[in-house]
Structures are given as C-alpha cells and as structure tokens.
Ligand binder design. Structure first.
Ligand code: HEC
Ligand code: HEC
Length: 236
C-alpha cells in the first residue's frame, strides 16, 4: 500500500471511530426506551383490556408518562430507583403468610435497573412527550389550598377507604397499591385527581376501584398527598 492510500484509510477509520464515539456519548432517550425498557413497560399503548394482557404486564404502563409524572422526580428516580410498589407489580405473587397477616417477601423482588445521569435525563425528556390523555387532564381543576395531615388522613382513610391499599408511611397502610407517601412528589396533581375520580378511564383493568369520590374530597386528597410527601421528604 502506498503512503497516500494509507493516510486516506487512516483518516476514514478515524472518522468512523469518531462518529461511533460521538453517538455513544449523546444518549438517545428513544433508543434506550425501545432497547432497555419496552420489554417490561408498555410505551406505546393502549392499556390492557383483557385479564391475560394485565397479567403479562411486568412493569407499570409508561405510554402516558407525560400526563402522569413530575419530570424532576422521574429523572432523579431513574438514576436512583427506590421501591414504589411494596409487593412489586402483583401483590399476590410476593406475599408470604405471616403470623397474623400476610407480609411482603422482599427477597423475591428484583432491583430496578438504574441509568447514569445523562441517560436518565434523555429518557425523561422522551417519556414526558407521551401525553395521549390530555383530554382527561383538561377536565381537572386544582384549587390552591392546604390541609392538615390529621384531617387529610381522615379523608384518605375513614371517608374514602384509600388506606386499605396504599401505605401513607413505610409499613403503615395496605400494600396492594403503590405507596403514596411520595405520590405528591412523583405525580402531577391533575393526574392524582383524575385517577382518583376514575381509575378505569386511565387503565380499564386496574385493580383500583372507582370510589366515586366527591369533588371536594378529591381536592382534599390532592392537598393531603402533597403535604404528606413534603413531610416524608423532611423526614429523610
Ligand atoms: C425487568 C423489568 C423492567 C425493566 C427492564 C425496566 N423496568 Fe421500570 N419498572 C419495573 C417494575 C416492576 C416497576 C415497579 C417498581 C416499583 O413500583 O417498585 C418499574 C417502575 C418504573 C418506573 C416508576 C413508575 C411507577 O409508577 O412506579 C419508571 C419511571 C420506570 N420503571 C422506567 C423504566 C425505564 C425508563 C426503563 C428502561 C431504562 C425501565 N423502567 C426498565 C420493571 C422494569
Ligand atoms: C382495592 C385497592 C385500592 C383502593 C381501595 C384504592 N387504590 Fe389507589 N391504587 C390501587 C392500585 C392497585 C393502584 C396501581 C394501579 C396501577 O398502577 O395499575 C393504585 C393507584 C393509585 C394512584 C396512582 C399511584 C401511582 O403511583 O401510580 C393513586 C394516586 C391512587 N391509587 C389513589 C387512591 C385513592 C385516593 C384512593 C381512595 C379514594 C385509592 N387509591 C383507593 C389500589 C387501590
């Protein structure tokens, strides 16, 4: 090979290498979602409409993530995931008989994969674009206001029966639904209102019943979950 050809070849190889490295450096959120997340999460919709599809669900649906989550929470969580559903996706799978009541078999629960900060940011910005349910969100008006934790707990427990399935602090409350002591930091207020009003409008086969909560109590629940997550945050 003469010198010129060799120089040419070296330049070409360098250019290819540079472009490979460049692509690897700029995290592609959409690509990560498809290759590393779609095996467990529904990122395209629609929600399952049969029990069979429901049972094959391995992680929560993310195809309406932009209507549901707070982006700053999402980005931080993807980098350092913590448990949200005390028993994983299906509580019956991971319960063992305790002495008086069923307890969570934590040994069976897998750790969630974590992303480095750059990938977490790239994936979050992709997920926040997914907003097929703007119509449901538009129906909700969140009125400003505050509520004491004691009053809030009364509404959440005694008036509406939510505590039966949701923990309001670690180890206190039902375990069949996601914990709600970080829900205020995790979820958009209008989503909390809309999902509480009609869970089946979001997820036709969800286990969560429609409790026909009044408008007044929906506002109180949104305020309560906000106050609760601020308290949970202060405690850390
Ligand atoms: C092996 C299956 C699996 C893979 C792969 C996976 N997840 Fe998850 N994911 C889960 C499960 C199960 C949960 C519920 C965890 C919990 O509630 O404690 C979850 C929870 C989440 C949550 C919190 C949502 C909520 O409402 O609880 C987000 C956000 C999330 N995953 C995003 C991702 C992203 C982005 C990827 C790809 C980088 C990914 N996941 C890969 C199984 C998976
Ligand atoms: C019979 C059990 C049950 C009861 C009672 C119940 N929930 Fe749920 N809830 C669930 C389950 C299960 C989910 C998870 C749905 C999913 O991800 O598919 C859920 C999800 C939620 C979410 C979304 C949380 C998230 O991170 O995805 C909110 C908010 C919520 N419930 C609020 C309430 C409120 C408010 C009440 C009382 C009016 C209530 N729930 C009563 C079982 C219940």
């Amino acid at each position: 090979m003469n010198k010129n050809k060799l120089r040419c070849l070296t330049t070409a190889v360098t250019a290819v290498l540079a472009s490979v490295c460049f692509n690897a450096a700029a995290a592609d959120g959409n690509e990560i979602l498809k290759s590393s997340c779609a095996s467990c999460h529904n990122i395209t919709g629609p929600a399952p409409t049969t029990l069979k599809d429901l049972w094959s669900r391995k992680g929560p649906d993310l195809f309406y993530a932009g209507n549901k989550y707070r982006p700053e929470w999402m980005e931080a969580w993807l980098h350092k995931p913590t448990r949200i559903r005390p028993t994983g996706m299906f509580y019956a799978d991971n319960l063992k008989s305790g002495e008086k009541y069923e307890v969570v078999d934590a040994a069976k629960l897998a750790e969630h994969p974590a992303l480095d900060k750059e990938k977490a940011a790239a994936v979050t910005s992709e997920l926040m674009k997914l907003k097929p349910h703007d119509d449901l969100i538009a129906k909700e008006t969140i009125e400003p206001g505050t509520i004491g934790l004691t009053m809030g707990e009364m509404v959440f427990d005694k008036f509406t029966g939510c505590l039966a399935c949701h923990e309001i602090e670690p180890g206190y409350g039902g375990v069949s639904g996601p914990e709600v002591y970080t829900a205020g930091a995790r979820l958009q207020p209008a989503y909390i209102a809309s999902f509480t009003r009609n869970p089946q409008a979001w997820d036709p086969k969800t286990w969560m019943p429609n409790k026909h909560v009044s408008d007044v109590n929906i506002q109180k629940i949104v305020r309560y979950l906000d106050a609760l997550s601020k308290e949970a945050n202060n405690a850390n």
